[in-house]
Design a protein around this ligand. Structure first.
Ligand SMILES: Nc1nc2c(c(=O)[nH]1)N[C@H]1C(S)=C(S)[C@@H](COP(=O)(O)O)O[C@H]1N2
Ligand SMILES: [Mo]
Length: 298
């Protein structure tokens, strides 16, 4: 296999969006503030993984627990038409056809580091929209404090959900301020192409400063709620997986260190790099957790 290494410029359409220009300007100036944060590491890590790496090494337990199961099985899933239920504390609840819900939202492209709780990482060029634009569109009511998400359960095409691997449907949640943060996106594409099923088509969450399992795939329900929502991994093993799950090199998983991460695609001798607080996005998001004990609220 010929490995094509692309630079950020290669994945950006000619008419770059504002945040892309800001990033490139920052890189040119030799410092990397704003969306990237964290100096030299950020520049190095910006080199995205290949399409084959991003779409061939996945976690999507509905299709099996092996890293190649999603690529093997997810193609059977029908993602068009796709309906999303929006309910709870919103002004405009309903069962929306996907295009009606997201068709008019401003598109963004974001090259984000992606850090799995299993201590591997990639860099992925996502396309999608900021979650806050969707939430504003449906109208968040004042009592809402959290956003809850659910993945589709399609036993006909998902071999994993026919077994009690997890308590299906896969569910996740964010505090409302986390959900409204501009770094939090819904991804509908990768490398400018429609997002493949194994990566969470037709629409999945991406929260780059949290462990990958928070970034729930193939979303069919978004609920605005008052109480901290059920989150699948947190509920299945609260000692190992916190509700927040912000990337934190100083708080180890009970069974392995979180201080470093294996870079997917770095070759036969796996390259390990230091894991950064909030996965390198501390400048942007640390303020959300001011005054919180990040060891207790892991
Ligand atoms: N519905 C659902 N969403 C999910 C998962 C899953 O098993 N089911 N796995 C999570 C985990 S552990 C990770 S690391 C990422 C993987 O995303 P990727 O395959 O696009 O890299 O998806 C997350 N979202
Ligand atoms: Mo993960």
């Amino acid at each position: 296999m010929t490995k094509t290494r692309l630079t950020p410029e290669d994945v950006t359409p000619k008419a770059a969006w504002l945040n892309r220009r800001q990033i490139i300007a920052a890189l040119g100036a030799g410092s990397v503030p704003g969306l990237l944060g964290q100096g030299a590491r950020a520049q190095e890590a910006l080199e995205p993984n290949t399409w084959d790496e991003i779409t061939g090494y996945n976690n999507y337990y509905e299709f099996g627990t092996g890293k190649s199961d999603p690529a093997r099985y997810a193609g059977e899933m029908q993602t068009d038409p796709w309906s999303v239920r929006v309910d709870g504390l919103v002004d405009r609840p309903g069962d929306y056809a996907l295009a009606d819900l997201i068709g008019d939202l401003p598109q963004v492209e974001r090259i984000y580091r992606f850090r799995c709780v299993e201590a591997w990482s990639m860099v992925i060029p996502w396309n999608g929209f900021e979650l806050n634009t969707l939430l504003t569109k449906v109208g968040v009511q004042s009592g809402a404090k959290y956003v809850a998400f659910e993945t589709a359960v399609l036993p006909e095409v998902m071999p994993g959900v026919r077994r009690p691997i997890l308590d299906w449907p896969y569910r996740e949640g964010l505090r409302l301020d986390e959900a409204m943060h501009p770094l939090t996106i819904m991804a509908t594409g990768i490398y400018g192409r429609p997002i493949p099923n194994q990566n969470g088509a037709p629409m999945r969450l991406v929260v780059p400063w949290k462990y990958g399992f928070k970034s729930i795939k193939s979303i069919v329900r978004i609920s605005l709620v008052e109480e901290e929502p059920h989150a699948t991994w947190n509920v299945s093993n609260p000692r190992e997986y916190g509700f927040y799950s912000n990337v934190n090199p100083e708080v180890d998983h009970p069974r392995w260190s979180q201080a470093t991460e294996r870079v997917i695609g770095s070759g036969l001798i796996a390259r390990r790099i230091d894991t950064l607080p909030f996965n390198g996005y501390a400048d942007e998001v640390a303020g959300l957790y001011e005054g919180m004990d990040l060891r207790a609220n892991f």
